[in-house]
Design a protein around this ligand. Structure first.
Ligand SMILES: [Zn+2]
Ligand SMILES: [Zn+2]
Length: 277
């Protein structure tokens, strides 16, 4: 990762999607993640632990904001002097379904931004291969994108996470995914983001999976831009230090190719600044 592959002034954009031990599917310490970010030359990161309330999730109720903020303040004290800005994020699972519980937490603690994620489609977990095995691609994807648009319109978060995460598990069953075949499903999702002012994440976690492309891929990101979408962030969805800023050089090239000239940063749940690409 050479610096010239990053933004115009050499700065790397923030990694706005990171998990640590405060997510039950990660055993990475916050300290190890911060140390790696400093080593990579990142100026800003955010921790976005899972806050899931579906009783069938891997560990509903695991997330404890008091514990998270205690660790976060310790990390800020240790790594702030080294030039690392650490934002307080959180990844809400299905914010449209657990609105009042989520809101109580968000009102009580000083978050910089909230990721909204859809990991379920009705009663079905979309990481379960059986969901796809029992359906045609259209039967699997159409209800997901429709629910996603509804989730966005319900609000309560600032950034839409991994818009098409379904292509990843779906790929393992169907053996292919071509964004261009699903334009009619993506556009209502982008329209909802634009009308509500919710930002879109380029999630590079897809590069690490068999589908081998980010969420979203270039064609879909272009539609968002053409429709007037402006708010963009980057996230590696790292659950361990060596995945921080994973393939951000490629993600920035993708953003530029889609017509973006900048990505945004957040503070206290508002757009706080821009990094020019
Ligand atoms: Zn997620
Ligand atoms: Zn995540």
């Amino acid at each position: 990762m050479s610096p010239h592959r990053f933004s115009a002034n050499g700065a790397m954009p923030a990694d706005y999607h990171l998990h640590t031990v405060d997510s039950c599917d990660s055993d990475a310490s916050m300290t190890s993640m911060c140390a790696r970010a400093v080593e990579l030359g990142l100026a800003e990161i955010a921790f976005t632990e899972h806050y899931d309330l579906n009783p069938y999730d891997q560990c509903p109720g695991f997330y404890q904001p008091a514990r998270f903020f205690e660790r976060l303040e310790a990390a800020r004290a240790a790594f702030g002097p080294q030039g690392l800005t650490i934002r307080a994020g959180v990844e809400l699972g299905e914010p449209h379904l657990y609105r009042s519980a989520h809101r109580a937490t968000l009102d009580a603690w000083p978050y910089d931004f909230v990721l909204g994620s859809l990991h379920w489609c009705g009663p079905n977990n979309v990481f379960d291969p059986d969901y796809y095995a029992a359906r045609s691609p259209a039967e699997a994807f159409a209800p997901y994108f429709a629910e996603l648009a509804g989730m966005i319109r319900g609000g309560g978060f600032e950034i839409l996470a991994h818009v098409d995460v379904i292509k990843r598990t779906g790929f393992d069953v169907y053996g292919r995914f071509d964004t261009r075949e699903w334009e009619d499903l993506y556009r209502p999702v982008w329209q909802a983001c634009i009308e509500t002012g919710i930002a879109v994440e380029i999630n590079t976690g897809g590069y690490r999976r068999r589908v081998s492309e980010p969420h979203p891929a270039l064609a879909a990101l272009r539609w968002y831009r053409e429709m007037g979408g402006e708010l963009l962030t980057l996230g590696s969805d790292a659950h361990r230090p060596d995945h921080i800023a994973y393939r951000f050089g490629d993600a920035l090239a993708l953003a530029r190719a889609a017509g973006f000239e900048r990505v945004c940063t957040f503070e206290r749940r508002r757009v706080a600044g821009w990094v020019v690409l």
